[in-house]
Design a protein around this ligand. Sequence first.
Ligand SMILES: [Fe+2]
Ligand SMILES: [Fe+2]
Length: 142
Amino acid sequence: MTQIVWGWSERLRSNYAPMDETHKEFVTLCAALSEDQADTFLTRLDALIAHSIDHFEQENQWMLETGFPPAACHQREHDTVLEVMIEVRRRVESGEADLGQRLAEEMPLWFEHHVDTMDNMLAQFMVKEALTTVPAIAPAEL
Ligand SMILES: [Fe+2]
Ligand SMILES: [Fe+2]
């Protein structure tokens, strides 16, 4: 049986390159959760959690700097998924290994939905903001 391995694809690309770089890293760490090696699962999950803290903080900062209107909603999604990852970590450590498997299956679905909605909207907003805040060149300077 061929196992389908989830990974980066063009469908995940936004129009903001710094966001895509972070998302490629997220996808690599997230896909690694599916590796069939129980003894290293918590280490791989810790890496994803550490990345996600910085990743979400960076986007929260971008939202703050640009005045992104649905910032609270986007931030709440970050907080919720981070809480889920931390809770699953705690329970896997207590012996509920099957929950780790569930998380490995669910995270790609969550991420694709999050990119399609929140992150793409933020990327578009930031690109638009950057275009409208570029200082105009006075004709005398040309
Ligand atoms: Fe993101
Ligand atoms: Fe996000």
